[in-house]
Design a protein. Structure first.
Length: 241
């Protein structure tokens, strides 16, 4: 009974805020959850008519220590230290509003394009049978694609909106490159090359596309134009005007 009562309260709350209306045509948004993925994202929505609107999201690295959210690299003999992440995300979209109240409130379906480009630069160490040598660890990534998502947007105060995007599916053509440079001059590059080739060949989605390179003081891996699927869920708080 308690669970049924809670569900009923949520339904009544959703109906009440969905029935709220706004004459404002512009919304500026922030995405608090994007911080969890290392980005600070701002959004803008412009109502075109009662059935559609244009959106634009911009994301940049949030400044959080990249090591706190990066996945563990597959190379067991390389340990990352401090580093930095730079880059940008640009995502324009077009929304089809399916609510009786009209855009920008209520349920919508959105198609969007997505471009992102990021570079990470870390200090690292290579463990050669117990001997530690400094290396630089430089990663580059870029992706271009698009997707479709559904969502709902509520007016919870005179000018404040809450938005939930869900069931977003996207696909991108991506490029990735990794370069590890010996900073000590003491590393056996043949051994490091063999280790990197063995460690990264099994990376999901990209391992079979990698080409490995070796120079006098560096080794690297690169994949171009590989298919990268994805899913998108988002929550935003907006100010309409």
């Amino acid at each position: 009974m308690k669970k049924a009562g809670l569900i009923l309260m949520l339904i009544v709350f959703s109906i009440s805020i969905t029935n709220a209306q706004t004459e404002n045509k512009n919304i500026v948004k922030v995405y608090p959850t994007s911080i969890l993925f290392g980005k600070a994202t701002l959004g803008y929505e412009r109502v075109l008519n009662e059935n559609s609107s244009f959106t634009l999201n911009l994301g940049i690295p949030s400044g959080i220590d990249p090591l706190s959210y990066l996945p563990e690299i597959p190379a067991e003999d390389i340990s990352l230290d401090n580093g930095q992440l730079s880059g940008v995300l640009i995502m324009p979209g077009y929304r089809f509003n399916l609510s009786k109240k009209g855009a920008p409130l209520g349920f919508y379906i959105e198609t969007y394009l997505k471009y992102e480009s990021f570079e990470m630069d870390f200090n690292a160490e290579f463990n050669d049978n117990g001997d530690l040598y400094p290396v630089s660890f430089l990663g580059e990534y870029s992706g271009l694609g698009g997707g479709v998502q559904m969502g709902v947007q509520y007016l919870v105060a005179k000018a404040i909106t809450l938005e939930f995007s869900f069931l977003g599916l996207e696909a991108k053509s991506a490029n990735a490159k990794l370069t590890i440079t010996d900073l000590s001059g003491n590393i056996d590059m043949d051994e490091l090359y063999s280790n990197i080739e063995a460690d990264f060949s099994d990376v999901p989605l990209i391992g079979n596309s990698l080409e490995f390179i070796k120079g006098s003081n560096y080794v690297g891996a690169e994949a171009t134009h590989f298919f990268l699927p994805g899913a998108r869920f988002a929550f935003s708080i907006g100010f309409s005007f």
